[in-house]
Ligand binder design. Structure first.
Ligand code: UDP
Ligand code: MG
Length: 345
């Protein structure tokens, strides 16, 4: 910011990192991320989103920003909204032509960024996904991810081996479209691939968490999978109704069969009670499953209809005034519903 005020020309590349209680990772993350961005030899910015941390993450980020005000933007959310909503908050403010996302816990090595950027540019892709071949997570997480990847590929029709890796590079157009989607529970990996004209994946290294614990409990992981499936498609509803219809037809046939058999006196001595109980329980299970799914969608419709802000920004710690970039264009198309509590923009 030499003399003439803040530099308003947009940087070439933006990195976006969501942060929830990562105090043990931030110094090392920034050191390595900043070095990787610098090594690209272009103008860059790093957007850190503090997603309602209760540890020292925010003060640490603000210290980093104080030291590099031209490169670092810290977005301070009002409370914890979850990784993907936090990312959308960052996406609203990125200014680079190319946007890279990664996790803060150093599971995604920042040194891999140039590889992704190169493939994006040279291959003419809109999204390049990282694929963690040697994943450093628990066996349970790896197995669960394998199932989730299959479902995601079936739902989106885009075949990727790893939908869960957040080490990715996107063109700004895709980021703009994600922001314009206004979904309450954006599931960015599938959304990005479905919006892109051309998406691909490339093998990237993966490391164990540098410090601290995963933010995802089993319950949060289940919630995430529901986000993925329901935010993308109504297919489960269709599968369930087809299943329901098939079961109904089968039980009608079975009933008719029993009537015919009893007319001929076949099976009169067999106790039918156990069979009936099993059928009853099976039906009950199906009904509950169906109701659960229907309820899930109804709940989501309710959420969308309420139009609550997806997240609330407390402060944008940025030297730029005004913030230029994709958000402005998107705003013209659609009025924003996000409440801003910013005071030092
Ligand atoms: N994260 C976030 N908000 C949350 C949960 C996670 O911003 O509510 C961030 C977290 O700080 C990290 C990334 O999302 O940068 C991935 O989280 P984590 O490493 O805990 O997930 P895992 O690797 O276990 O899937
Ligand atoms: Mg992690």
């Amino acid at each position: 910011m030499a003399g003439g005020g803040p530099d308003l020309s947009p940087p070439s590349i933006s990195a976006v990192v969501p942060i929830h209680n990562e105090e043990g990772n931030i110094p090392e993350l920034h050191r390595r991320l900043d070095a990787a961005m610098r090594a690209l030899g272009r103008t860059y910015e790093i957007v850190y989103i503090d997603d309602g941390s209760s540890d020292k993450s925010l003060p640490l980020l603000l210290d980093l920003r104080a030291a590099q005000p031209d490169q670092i933007v810290v977005l301070e959310l009002y409370r914890n909204y979850g990784q993907f909503r936090a990312l959308v908050g960052g996406f609203e403010r990125v200014r680079g032509e190319i946007v890279v996302t990664l996790d803060a816990d150093l599971q995604n090595p920042p040194e891999e960024i140039p590889k992704l950027v190169r493939l994006l540019e040279e291959g003419g892709y809109d999204v390049v996904n990282g694929w963690r071949r040697n994943r450093q997570d628990s066996a349970f997480r790896r197995i669960a991810s394998r199932a989730a990847n299959r479902i995601a590929a079936a739902l989106t029709g885009v075949r990727m081996r790893d939908y869960g890796c957040m080490l990715r590079a996107y063109r700004r157009d895709v980021i703009r479209q994600i922001v314009a989607c206004h979904e309450q529970s954006p599931y960015i990996p599938t959304l990005a691939n479905a919006l892109a004209r051309r998406a691909t994946e490339i093998e990237v290294a993966h490391a164990p968490r540098h410090s601290g614990r995963s933010n995802y409990s089993l319950w949060k992981l289940i919630h995430l999978q529901y986000d993925m499936v329901t935010s993308f498609s109504v297919l489960p509803l269709r599968w369930l109704s087809v299943l329901g219809a098939a079961i109904a037809v089968l039980s009608l046939l079975a009933g008719a069969g029993m009537v015919v058999a009893s007319l001929y006196g076949v099976g009169a001595g067999l106790g039918l009670v156990p069979a009936l109980v099993i059928v009853l329980f099976l039906l009950l299970g199906v009904i509950f499953l169906t109701l659960g799914f229907v309820g899930e969608y109804v709940g989501r419709i309710y959420n969308e209809v309420r139009q609550r802000p997806r997240f609330v920004v407390r402060t944008v710690h940025s030297g730029r005034k005004p913030l230029a970039g994709p958000r402005e264009d998107v705003e013209e198309e659609r009025p924003r519903r996000i409440v801003d509590l910013r005071d030092d923009v």
